[in-house]
Design a protein around this ligand. Structure first.
Ligand SMILES: Nc1ncnc2c1ncn2[C@@H]1O[C@H](COP(=O)(O)OP(=O)(O)OP(=O)(O)O)[C@@H](O)[C@H]1O
Ligand SMILES: [Mg+2]
Length: 159
């Protein structure tokens, strides 16, 4: 686990863009990032920065009500991104109705906010990011690379 302080929103955005540059290409199965933290912690802000880092120039809306939002990018390594926000999921089993099965075999990047709401029905994470408020605009970021992550991401390969 590594930890850092993101002093303000600009620091969170810079980190997200740097992370996007460091991510490997998803291979065979989704490359999964879980984003944890309370309401307003900055999960969507970070997802937006990752998408921008991958070249997305349009709007990134929080999929609060739709639960999922797919993106197709002109990026050489990561061309499909699925942004999920499971906060409003009543029961993890409801994930079966979102059509995620079709995505499970695809090499897409998954950005999952509120993964704890989908426990048992989500693919395992390659990377876990946890945001906690630390003062007025600062956030503490904990970054955990799953030891058995499918993509073999090494902690020292990340920003
Ligand atoms: N260092 C920071 N990093 C990220 N966001 C920050 C930071 N400082 C202030 N903010 C503000 O905190 C808010 C974060 O909102 P955001 O929607 O990203 O949170 P969230 O974790 O996705 O919440 P939710 O659980 O409701 O989806 C934004 O209004 C943003 O401007
Ligand atoms: Mg959010």
């Amino acid at each position: 686990m590594s930890e850092r302080l993101l002093a303000d929103e600009a620091a969170t955005c810079a980190f997200g863009e740097a992370l996007a540059r460091a991510l490997p290409a998803p291979e065979g199965c989704p490359l999964v990032i879980w984003l944890q933290g309370d309401l307003g912690a900055g999960k969507t802000t970070l997802c937006r920065a990752i998408l921008r880092g991958l070249g997305w120039q349009g709007a990134v809306r929080s999929p609060t009500y739709t639960l999922m939002e797919p993106y197709t990018l002109p990026h050489p390594r990561i061309s499909e991104v699925l942004h999920l926000d499971l906060y409003r999921l009543g029961d993890p089993a409801e994930l079966e109705f979102l059509g995620l099965q079709d995505w499970l075999g695809q090499p897409a990047l998954w950005l999952v906010e509120w993964p704890e709401k989908g426990r048992g029905y989500l693919p395992p994470a390659d990377l876990l990011l946890t945001l906690t408020p630390a003062g007025e605009a600062a956030r503490r970021l904990e970054m955990t690379v799953w030891p058995d992550n499918a993509h073999g991401i090494a902690a020292d390969a990340l920003p």
